[in-house]
Ligand binder design. Sequence first.
Ligand code: SF4
Ligand code: SF4
Length: 395
Amino acid sequence: MTGSTGTAVLDRNGLDALVKELTAQGRMVVGPTVRDGAVVLSELATADQLPFGWGTEVEAGRYRLVPRADGAAFAHTTGPQSWKSFLHPQREKLWSADRASDGRLGVTPEHHEQPSYAFLGVRPCDLRAIAVQDRVLAGGHYEDTGYAERRRGAFLVAAECTEPGATCFCVSMGGGPAADAGFDLALTEVVDDAGHRFLVRVGSDAGADVLARLPRRAADAATRTTAREAVDAARDRMGRAMPPVDLRALMGASAEAQRWDDVAERCLTCGNCTMVCPTCFCTTMEEVTDLTGDHAERWQRWDSCFDLDFSLLHGGPVRATPRSRYRQWLTHKLSTWYDQFDSSGCVGCGRCVTWCPVGIDITEEAAALHDELAERLRRQERESGARRDGTETER
Ligand code: SF4
Ligand code: SF4
């Protein structure tokens, strides 16, 4: 039975039953699993495919799997993918055009039924990232219809964090390891002498309906307390932090900072950071035709502001240097995103730090920009003080 607060406890069989129930509802269950030396997101047929017994060690430019003795399923950090791979896929056909035998051209919009997803193991930072993409892709005047349809049908099972990674900094971006909104069910994994279990909280009517069909027991006080303590402890063990300053104002005051030259020396402009980022949303269009010229297709695919072509206008790219492209990315993430979407574009998941091949760290860059600005303001203060002193001496 669920308790009056909409909580219950599942054991491993209950987790299996959750996957079966969601599959029986006609959903494609997607969750973390181990493949190719990483925890990736993939369709799951059974809960056994979750990464039981695997954790991760991450650092700037570094990621590796490590075995865990406790057999936990959700004790890993964010991997190279995010849920945007499913809600906002890398490539999507929008329409095709065919020339008929009479020479007339017919355009067929690409519309097929979107999968009804169930995401199992969504981290709290990724819940916030999905909320950001909701605003960008489905909350404005021009809706991305494919995204909106996939999103409307998605059932989200969050997994609260108890093992933050060395590149995580969600707390300093206003989030945290606890799931507070945007989920149908939220799991907190507990492994101790009393066994391996999952505290479940209900976040929606759909979540309550699913939970009601699962083998479960009432949430006991010990499990609740252990789960809360583990999440609270994770809050205090973030691997990194953004400098505690107004990042929006910092970016606005740093347009001509010397630090951009420094980071441009290291940045390969490979675009990895934008590909792994769960909030980056930019796309471009590609038109392809067959050799006869009778069939054409329009595809939407992810693009990156690190690509030279991204800002190509007549006469050349607007942002021709690595300095200008990195500055554009960071300034948009931390500052101008507010102007467009009323939030930060960064949720502190740490993926861009982990998966940057040269280990460029967004928190380190923001801190360096802050130090440079503080030094510039001190120098200006000293110079204006000296001018004031000089004026008074002359008098
Ligand atoms: S910051 Fe790193 S991941 Fe991003 S474009 Fe530069 S080298 Fe690539
Ligand atoms: S900018 Fe980096 S840390 Fe922030 S949300 Fe994107 S990938 Fe995560």
